[in-house]
Design a protein around this ligand. Structure first.
Ligand SMILES: O=C([C@H](O)CO)[C@H](O)[C@H](O)COP(=O)(O)O
Length: 213
């Protein structure tokens, strides 16, 4: 089994602070995620800046597309995104559009299961469409209400589908190996890294734990 990948979620609204944080963390993670608030506030210019600066990292743009899948995602793949996200609650045609444009560019589409009620059924549906990554995700507001992604991760991983499984939602050093052992192939960490006194050290610790799991 290939080693799990580690993804750093860049969730600041500030352009320069995001670039500065990415400078610190990029050597210690596989994927740089431009978080949803961040991409909405800063736009495609931030993607172009990070793409030019970090050729050795994959870049995920967390668009959380809800409509016009092909149309919305294409400019970001054209600008160098490796992965974009589409909501699992979106129309199946929207999800197919993002999968199609990802394939057209030789890149990947991630379906975010946030707020999907029947995660098992939707996962099977989008996997059949060719989704590259299934995102098990407890959002920031859901975390504030005490929710975690662990049960959903177990459900999705138990399906044994030929798709990568990403897990996000308050993941921290104490839970990294738990989610890898539960079937996560991409481990996402935001606050556990950007909220640390030393983000580079925090990222390196999470990556070491993921690879040792
Ligand atoms: O996807 C996210 C959220 O919707 C804001 O964009 C976060 O990047 C994701 O939850 C990871 O962040 P943490 O939960 O702080 O690890």
């Amino acid at each position: 089994m290939s080693k799990p990948l580690v993804q750093m979620a860049l969730d600041s609204l500030d352009f320069d602070a995001t670039v500065a944080l990415a400078e610190k963390v990029a050597p210690h993670v596989d994927i740089l995620e431009i978080g949803t608030p961040c991409i909405k506030h800063n736009g495609i210019a931030l993607l172009k800046t990070l793409r030019a600066k970090f050729p050795n990292n994959k870049i995920l743009v967390d668009l959380k597309t809800m409509d016009a899948g092909y149309y919305e995602a294409e400019p970001f793949f054209k600008a160098g995104a490796d992965i974009t996200t589409v909501l699992g609650t979106a129309d199946i045609g929207t999800i197919k559009g993002v999968i199609d444009v990802a394939n057209a560019y030789g890149k990947e589409a991630q379906v975010d299961l946030i707020n999907v009620l029947d995660k098992g059924t939707r996962t099977k549906e989008v996997a059949a469409l060719g989704a590259h990554i299934i995102g098990v995700h407890t959002g920031l507001d859901q975390q504030a209400a005490g929710q975690t992604p662990f049960v959903d991760l177990g459900l999705v991983a138990s399906l044994g589908l030929p798709v990568k499984v990403s897990v996000a939602g308050g993941i921290k050093p104490a839970t990294v190996q738990q989610v890898v052992k539960a079937g996560a192939t991409i481990v996402v960490a935001g606050a556990a890294i950007y909220g640390a006194a030393d983000p580079a050290a925090a990222a390196a610790e999470i990556t070491a734990l993921a690879r040792a799991a």
